[in-house]
Design a protein. Structure first.
Length: 642
């Protein structure tokens, strides 16, 4: 419990804005700190946290206070007195293997010592200071936060003998080179999510650990008291509380500050009086009035526009931009706000902590916590196919991939894990199969219109590039027409009651076969019986009855891998965070490093899905492989990495 309280206090301080407080507010915090130091009932952790809060307050004031003004020297004096406690907090957390918290203390100590106002205070000569700097430099470098790493690497070289660590200079040159490469690319944004884990992966282990500690019965606690404290309702509250803390840490750790140099302004939309602004975190629609040449002035002075008040939230397991303020040289203010469309609770973590078992405490019937916390169940945890993704040999620049992953449906149940399926399959296409990133077209949560554009896009590519190969991947719902039993892919904005708004499988096969590609390999992690993974029906009139869809025969140079047969359901592999079909597709690509024939790949998927499904899902699921008639003799020898 002490650890959780310490963690919560730390993160609440880290979430504080950097704006300067009043001297009276800072002095009040410092008095609390001095009182805690004198009172032996307070722990070291509590004193370190208060020192951190103090340092942030006085540092903000000192930054905003000119030399010679009242309070300037006082701020410096207090910061000097707090420095040993910031240093001590870093050491304490490091010894407790809480590296993320150690980073907060270490960076705070270094940032105080590096202030130009503090250069004559001798903090950088502290014997422990170089170790602090090296710790932070290494962590930021390994996290690919190269701009920060350069600052701390230079500081380390400045306060120590480089001969003791000759590699530091090479690290600095590498970091500066990587920054320069990023700046050279004016047409493409830096992949802002590179190296950033999905939020559920980031949070899972911490939530599980804290929840299991919280549910342990105190030996001095009666069974009735334990039941009152630990039950389904309090477990839900506790997990939401922990998740909120970790969300704040996630935003602080991984959100990147932007400037207009990181953005691109698109032509003005006079009808809607707004600009479309492309950013690394997605497109921004910014209202700017047309009257009095206001929009024209905004565009002409774009390079001098300043941005601030960046607010981030977590949406679909990733960082998303919720708010941003633009300020022109003339002092005009424009505010982008998308908070209504994004929410912290859009993704909830199913941490799978050990169930509450009252039966271990008493002979009563007991109760087991099986509550699903939040809006939707998201099974998380790093799957063995999500890590150690092998790098293939050579470049596969004549192959293009179309990846549609439909998870968040508007009118029918979601397809849990489909989004993760699509994202990880795209990583395998790039890293293992050697496709250039620009050859991989991803369409998460595609509407009917998006599906049409996706097929048109690959059609245009095929018309420009002779002899290409195509990989088409789909994860999501499929549905049959109740009258004709023709099969359809279900867009996220359709409900299946009118298949005119769905994408016909027959049409898809015809369009892909018309590309003139050397080969088209289709992976369908979907079923077309009209049933969901829960056994429910997507069709209102079907009342749980599944239908046998009409079998569509591929034409042209098509090979189709389907997740299930006839009236079967495409099921998830929850423990691995993927659809069962996709998991074994990725598993074979991982173990073979992409060097596998379609024949061997198909047999592996069929055998393993069929066996695993009856064990973990207690239902039979048998994938199929079908091909066009003119590919019967050749398809088994084709490889995806060539």
């Amino acid at each position: 419990m002490k650890k959780i309280i310490f963690y919560m206090a730390m993160l609440s301080i880290c979430a504080l804005s950097a704006k300067a407080q009043t001297m009276a507010e800072a002095d009040s915090i410092y008095k609390q700190f001095m009182f805690m130091r004198a009172d032996t009932s307070f722990t070291k952790e509590q004193i370190y946290v208060k020192a951190l809060e103090c340092s942030k307050a006085y540092k903000a004031i000192l930054t905003a206070t000119p030399s010679g003004v009242d309070g300037y020297d006082k701020c410096k004096s207090v910061l000097v007195s707090l420095f040993p406690f910031l240093k001590g907090g870093a050491g304490h957390c490091s010894q407790a293997h809480e590296d993320s918290l150690a980073m907060v203390f270490a960076r705070s100590a270094i940032d105080v010592a590096m202030m130009k106002e503090m250069q004559n205070e001798g903090l950088r000569k502290d014997s422990y200071y170089p170790q602090l700097v090296y710790f932070v430099a290494a962590r930021t470098y390994n996290a690919e936060q190269y701009e920060d790493a350069v600052v701390y690497l230079k500081e380390y070289l400045d306060v120590t003998d480089v001969s003791q660590h000759p590699r530091v200079l090479s690290f600095l040159k590498e970091a500066e080179g990587l920054i320069a490469q990023r700046k050279k690319s004016e047409e493409k944004f830096v992949d802002i999510y590179k190296g950033v884990p999905d939020f559920d992966v980031f949070a899972k282990a911490s939530i599980e650990k804290s929840m299991n500690e919280w549910k342990e019965k105190d030996p001095y606690e009666t069974i009735e008291e334990f039941k009152a404290r630990v039950n389904e309702e309090t477990a839900k509250q506790k997990q939401e509380e922990l998740q909120k803390i970790l969300m704040d840490e996630y935003v602080q750790r991984f959100a990147k500050n932007m400037s207009v140099k990181d953005m691109k302004i698109k032509p003005y939309d006079a009808e809607n009086q707004s600009f479309l602004i492309e950013s690394p975190y997605g497109d921004i629609v910014l209202p700017v009035p047309r009257e009095d040449n206001e929009a024209r002035d905004f565009a002409e002075n774009w390079q001098d526009v300043k941005i601030y008040n960046q607010n981030f939230v977590i949406a679909n397991k990733k960082l998303a931009l919720a708010g941003l303020t633009f300020s022109t040289p003339a002092g005009k203010i424009y505010i982008y706000n998308n908070q209504q469309a994004l929410a912290y609770n859009e993704t909830q973590v199913d941490a799978n902590f050990t169930s509450i078992d009252y039966g271990m405490l008493t002979n009563s019937s007991g109760s087991e916590n099986k509550a699903k916390i939040g809006k939707k169940e998201v099974v998380v945890g790093v799957s063995d196919v999500d890590v150690n993704i092998p790098k293939g040999k050579g470049k596969n620049d004549k192959t293009f991939a179309v990846i549609i992953a439909n998870e968040e449906y508007t009118n029918v149940p979601t397809v849990p894990l489909a989004g993760n399926d699509g994202r990880v399959f795209a990583q395998y296409c790039e890293q293992t199969l050697g496709l250039p990133k620009e050859n991989i077209r991803q369409y998460p949560n595609a509407t009917y219109g998006t599906m049409i554009r996706a097929v048109q896009d690959i059609t245009n590519i095929a018309s420009a590039y002779p002899d290409i190969r195509v990989i088409f991947y789909y994860a999501g719902h499929g549905i049959p027409n109740e009258s004709t039993r023709d099969a359809f892919l279900l867009p996220i904005d359709a409900d299946g009651s009118q298949t005119e708004a769905c994408y016909p499988l027959k049409k898809l096969y015809n369009e892909l076969s018309s590309l003139g590609a050397k080969s088209v390999v289709v992976f369908l992690d979907a079923c077309f019986s009209g049933a969901t993974g829960d056994g429910e029906s997507l069709m209102a009139s079907a009342r749980g009855v599944v239908l046998v869809p009409r079998q569509e025969r591929p034409t042209g140079n098509l090979v189709v891998f389907s997740a299930a047969t006839d009236d079967q359901t495409a099921l998830p592999y929850k423990d691995q965070g993927h659809g069962l079909f996709t998991y074994f597709l990725l598993k074979k690509l991982q173990s073979s490093k992409g060097n596998v024939t379609l024949g061997d790949l198909g047999q592996y998927i069929i055998d393993n899905v069929k066996q695993k499904s009856v064990v973990i899902n207690r239902k039979l699921q048998t994938p199929t492989v079908t091909c066009s008639s003119n590919f019967l003799d050749d398809w088994k020898n084709i490889k995806l990495n060539k």
